[in-house]
Design a protein around this ligand. Structure first.
Ligand code: GLU
Length: 550
């Protein structure tokens, strides 16, 4: 039988790295065995699903290189004989199978309201018993059921469970038996007419001919319900492999709350009481600051992070993309979360994963997400790639995330900056994030005042400012404004006036033109800035430092 796996996200938000790893393993397992990888969108929770999220998932998977053989049609991939691949478009199919269960007496209508069920739950809790649905609806006569339905009384459909224990066999977790007492007659169709997750997943896995279900460990106990449904419906049983969660090194869940925590920390450190103008609406700001349980929405949070100059912990695939991680690095690193190929192999590509992935090497315990290692993998990949490729990818990144920077620098400026940056870049974003001073108007540049900058600019004579004053005519006389042209003028100056210590001249220059102590190599920096900007910034820096030093 042809192997088929599926990745079945519920599109309620962004693709989490944990979800991406599930997709990756599903893909690798199927593609390594000449099988089919299916993408199915589980959007039966109408309140939580959105089309934008589905498109976001498709884009993220595409970016990672995880392409589906069957699924929603998107940019030339997808389609297939088992569609539609959005569960919300499969209601007629589910209704057909629900009717089969009702006809066979394996399922029944129940009419309790939410309040009635809550009361039953409370009564169980008061009696110290775990809550199980009491099957009261089974006592209804067929004509009572029919008249309630005809009168439009809201109804759910429940599976009539056979009352035996269920033993799950899992490729990763081994065997576990869920006692019958822990499984009550669960709802398989909600009052809004949509199937529950359990029902839809079982029907679709059968009809889409899925042979292997690889999914998150949180679904492990659900498998017992799925097996009961398969039996009631007369379906095959796919093989199961439940994957460990990916968590923070301290064991906490990697969730968007981590971003909120980082924002709160930055706001507290800066003692901000007012929101930066235009970033967060003052009402929302007040509600957020006043209550730790309130979170800013993702877009607002990101705008606030940009305004504060901080990077939020990446949680979703698009966060890693924005931070300048390479998709092939993220793939490689994600695969190592919960799995390893053995033989100390750590660096590999999709093709290697395809041919070597084996769920039997997946570990049972949670995987700890090591950001330092990810960054070092990314740095190795960036510094190791041919320069033309770095330039091409940096430009694509800049176009997506820093369009104003790209416009201000122009093509030639970007090419020069890329040349000067590759060797020092850990991410594609470093070149933009660390070099904002290039695109600040010369007259708007301000200087970081610290012990270091003051020492470099105002130390013992000749001070940094003295050197800068002397360098103004030297730089003004440079006719070939290139990195080598500038170096050819500054080096002899340093020989003659700074005892050959180039740093004595270079560091004041760096501070003067960048506002701080970090920039690409100094002659490259000046070449990229251009002569007029360089001279103007030096004049302003001398004025700024000397004005406040007296
Ligand atoms: N839709 C489920 C989720 O997003 C996955 C269900 C499954 O893989 O069976 O968690």
């Amino acid at each position: 039988m042809r192997i088929a796996t599926r990745f079945a996200p519920s599109p309620s938000g962004h693709l989490h790295v944990g979800g991406a790893r599930t997709a990756l393993f599903c893909w690798a397992f199927a593609k390594g065995r000449d099988g089919t990888f299916i993408l199915r969108i589980e959007d039966t929770d109408q309140k939580r699903s959105s089309d934008a999220a589905s498109i976001g998932f498709a884009k993220d998977l595409h970016w990672l290189g995880i392409l589906w053989d069957e699924g929603p049609q998107w940019q030339g991939v997808g389609g297939g004989p088992h569609g539609p691949y959005f569960q919300s478009e499969r209601l007629a199919i589910y209704n057909h199978h629900l009717q089969r269960l009702l006809d066979a007496g394996h399922a029944y209508y129940a009419f309790e309201t939410g309040e009635e069920l809550d009361a039953k739950r409370k009564a169980s809790a008061a009696a110290g018993k775990p809550y199980r649905y009491d099957r009261a609806a089974l006592a209804l006569q067929p004509d009572e059921v029919a008249s309630k339905l005809a009168a439009g009384v809201p109804a759910v459909i429940r599976l009539k469970c056979p009352g035996h224990d269920v033993t799950i066999k899992d490729e990763v977790l081994g065997e576990a038996t869920i006692p019958a007492t822990e499984i009550d007659d669960f709802v398989i169709r909600k009052a809004d007419g949509f199937p529950t997750y359990h029902f839809a997943v079982v029907v679709d896995d059968e009809l889409m001919q899925v042979t292997h279900v690889l999914r998150a460990q949180e679904h492990f106990t659900n498998t017992a319900k799925h097996m009961l449904l398969q039996d009631a419906l007369g379906f095959r049983r796919p093989a199961y492999a439940h994957l460990p969660i990916i968590c923070n090194p301290d064991g906490s869940k990697m969730s968007k709350r981590d971003k909120d925590k980082a924002l709160r920390k930055a706001v507290a450190e800066r003692k901000l009481t007012e929101p930066p103008t235009g970033i967060v609406d003052p009402g929302a700001w007040g509600a957020w600051l006043g209550d730790k349980n309130v979170q800013l929405d993702l877009e607002t949070g990101q705008r606030l992070a940009d305004a504060l100059g901080i990077t939020l912990p990446e949680i979703n695939v698009d966060d890693f993309k924005r931070s300048g991680y390479l998709p092939e690095v993220l793939i490689n690193f994600l695969a190592l979360n919960g799995w390893s190929p053995g033989n100390d192999i750590e660096k590999f590509d999709l093709e290697f994963l395809r041919t070597s992935f084996d769920p039997r090497r997946v570990v049972k315990t949670p995987a700890k997400f090591d950001r330092v290692k990810l960054l070092s993998f990314n740095c190795d990949a960036i510094t190791g790639m041919p320069h033309e490729e770095f330039l091409r990818r940096a430009i694509a990144h800049g176009r997506s995330y820093h369009p104003a920077f790209m416009d201000r620098m122009g093509e030639q400026g970007i090419a020069m900056l890329a040349k000067a940056s590759q060797e020092r870049s850990k991410t594609l974003d470093d070149m933009f994030r660390g070099n904002r001073f290039f695109v600040v108007a010369d007259d708007a540049l301000t200087w970081e005042r610290s012990k270091n900058t003051d020492k470099a600019m105002l130390g013992e004579a000749p001070s940094g400012c003295d050197h800068l004053r002397a360098l103004l005519p030297v730089l003004g006389g440079v006719t070939e404004w290139t990195s080598t042209g500038i170096e050819a003028a500054v080096k002899p100056y340093a020989e003659a006036h700074a005892a050959g210590q180039l740093g004595k001249a270079a560091q004041p220059l760096r501070i003067a033109v960048s506002g701080g102590t970090v920039s690409p190599p100094i002659f490259d920096t000046l070449a990229i800035l251009g002569k007029a900007s360089t001279l103007r910034r030096i004049e302003r820096a001398i004025a700024a430092f000397t004005a406040t030093s007296a």
